[in-house]
Design a protein around this ligand. Structure first.
Ligand SMILES: [Zn+2]
Length: 384
């Protein structure tokens, strides 16, 4: 991991680089901040810089032997410890090493991930994870060995608040009596959850939130998102790259649902069986999946609700803007008192049946044909 691959945090990067170049590397440090601020990538880039044998002024070289190994997170003198739990593969005494392969994979995909992502990765979503005392014992053994090839032996503990008390106490010994050229880096979000004896013996590196400008230029340059949208997302992200990804996925999904909804309503209004069929194929594609189909139906319910409110209250909830807003203006008159209950019922029923594993293609085709009738119901005025 090079410093230049990290989103923003220029000030902190400079400070870290400076401490290395001035030979002021503290042997126990605590990187404190939310995962989405980049605590983990910063710590990895810092470790890489410390061990790089061809340091540049503002970054590691990326090509020396040490850098090449760290690029793959497989340097023999850099050890990783992180919360784990037993799963279907590891039945007892789960240690970080049992999950090292997954750890490398998730990091190489993107070092911006949180505990939920990690749990999903190692298939322990329903469980608590921790760093246990067996793990601490292993770490002590590893750190007592001489470095293989690097100047410094490094231990990085991710989510240090997950160390249980016994494990913390064992680790404390290492922090108090470091062996040789050893550096211990703890990463945590919640200072309060750590033992005071640990926090008082580590140098604190506060990782602040990522600057808005850095987030938006990352979106424009790396994700090819247009600059207006990038700026919106950067505001919503609150300095957190993980939150930004969630917001981005959400807005992509919203665009996808909108297109899907428009095609669907056109096919139904025209009562065009062929178009309906094409649409059913699209929403039943494997990549869509049941949960997404359910979210689409929730989206459709929301459009219908908004249509009714525009028709009868004459206002909009401003839930839909841009292209969606324009579409709503044209679509709203098709939802009225003579069909809205039937429409809502159909959508709710479909939502319920998808949860109960109904066959999606039949369900959506059947629903489309019923919709074709409902959309053609005329809005009648009551004549007394
Ligand atoms: Zn290097």
């Amino acid at each position: 991991m090079l410093f230049k691959e990290i989103i923003g945090q220029e000030k902190l990067k400079k400070r870290l680089i400076q401490t290395v170049n001035e030979g002021r590397i503290s042997h126990a440090q605590l990187f404190l901040g939310k995962s989405g601020f980049g605590t983990l990538p910063l710590a990895i880039a810092y470790i890489q810089y410390i061990n790089c044998t061809n340091k540049q002024e503002s970054d590691s070289c990326g090509t020396c032997n040490s850098c090449l190994k760290l690029n793959k997170l497989s340097h023999p003198d850099v050890h990783f410890s992180f919360p784990v739990s037993t799963n279907s593969r590891v039945k007892t005494k789960a240690l970080s090493d049992d999950f090292l392969h997954s750890w490398r994979e998730i990091n190489l995909e993107s070092p911006y991930f949180d505990l939920n992502d990690w749990h999903r990765k190692i298939d322990i979503e329903q469980k608590q994870s921790l760093i246990n005392v067996h793990e601490s014992q292993e770490l002590i053994k590893k750190l007592n060995l001489k470095p293989y090839e690097a100047e410094f032996k490094v231990l990085l503990v991710w989510k240090a608040e997950h160390l249980n008390v016994q494990a913390s106490n064992k680790l404390l010994k290492l922090i108090e009596e470091p062996t040789g050229k050893t550096i211990i880096i703890l990463i945590a979000e919640d200072e309060e959850a750590l033992l005071k004896t640990i926090t008082s013996r580590t140098q604190l590196i506060r990782v602040p939130l990522i600057e808005k400008e850095a987030l938006s230029s990352y979106l424009v340059q790396e994700m090819e998102i247009d600059s207006e949208k990038a700026q919106q997302l950067a505001i919503l992200a609150e300095g957190d790259a993980i939150l930004m990804r969630t917001k981005m996925n959400h807005s992509e999904e919203q665009d996808f649902f909108f297109q899907l909804f428009v095609t669907w309503m056109r096919a139904c209004y025209e009562a065009n069986i062929e178009k309906m069929h094409t649409w059913v194929e699209q929403i039943s594609e494997r990549k869509v999946g049941r949960e997404k189909q359910k979210r689409f139906l929730e989206y459709a319910l929301e459009v219908m609700r908004e249509g009714m409110i525009r028709n009868y209250v004459g206002k909009d909830l401003q839930r839909f803007e841009g292209a969606e807003g324009k579409f709503m203006l044209k679509f709203a008159p098709f939802v009225h008192e003579n069909n809205v209950f039937g429409i809502m019922e159909l959508l709710n029923e479909a939502h319920h049946n998808i949860s109960r594993n109904a066959y999606a293609k039949i369900l959506f085709m059947d629903m489309s044909m019923k919709f074709a009738n409902l959309l053609r119901v005329k809005k009648r005025t009551f004549v007394s």
